[in-house]
Design a protein around this ligand. Structure first.
Ligand SMILES: [Mg+2]
Length: 212
């Protein structure tokens, strides 16, 4: 029996076709470029190589470049109005309501970003709680410490929780701590992930009911 469902936020609660990620990554590269004293394209190349060793771009900058101004970084990467690149989905609220299981958001973004996006999607009141990257001490998914802290706060055994995310290594990080992880892969980008996969979160109830 599933006793809690945890959703990633970006590219999971809304389709990966939104411009949000493109815009966010552009701002991350701009910020990293300024910090490293290189052009945005060079910063993008360095980030592509180094960030996968960490949970987030911020973790990379902190670990390898002695960076400490996390609030300044968040303010630049997640400005007011960023939610304009996500579309309201009128079906999402009723869909979430149709699953009578406590629901949570588990994101590597800061709370101000989660608040804006959930408000834009019109579903902020559908979740028991939002766990952001500050809750995880700025060391986010897929770190075991992040997953364990969130699971402890949810208060359910890992084995009865389900987690959905569009990033394969974040899904694996959750499975490694004993939960059931599903990959949300809107465009079939990760066919070789070996993970249980659904195309959109709207396929979740059927999958939980045992449909293939
Ligand atoms: Mg995501």
């Amino acid at each position: 029996m599933v006793t809690a469902i945890l959703f990633d936020l970006d590219n999971t609660l809304y389709p990966a076709s939104a411009d949000m990620e493109r815009n966010t990554v552009r701002r991350m590269n701009e910020y990293a470029a300024r910090l490293l004293g290189v052009g945005p394209e060079e910063a993008a190349a360095i980030r592509r190589e180094r960030m996968p060793l960490y949970g987030t771009t911020l973790e990379w900058l902190m670990a390898e470049h002695g960076f400490t101004d996390s609030d300044g970084y968040f303010a630049y990467v997640h400005p007011d109005g960023e939610e304009d690149s996500v579309e309201f989905d009128p079906g999402l609220g009723p869909f979430l309501d149709s699953m009578a299981v406590p629901k949570y958001v588990f994101t590597n973004a800061p709370m101000e970003h989660a608040d804006r996006v959930l408000a834009k999607l019109g579903v902020a009141d559908r979740f028991e709680r939002v766990f952001d990257v500050r809750f995880c001490g700025l060391k986010g998914k897929p770190a075991a410490s992040a997953v364990d802290k969130v699971l402890a706060a949810v208060g359910e055994p890992a084995g009865s929780t389900v987690f959905l995310d569009d990033v394969p290594r974040y899904v694996r990080g959750f499975i490694d701590r004993g939960g059931r992880g599903l990959l949300v892969d809107h465009f079939g980008k990760h066919r070789d992930s070996g993970l249980e996969t659904i195309r959109t979160i709207y396929e979740l109830p059927g999958r939980l009911a045992g449909e293939p």
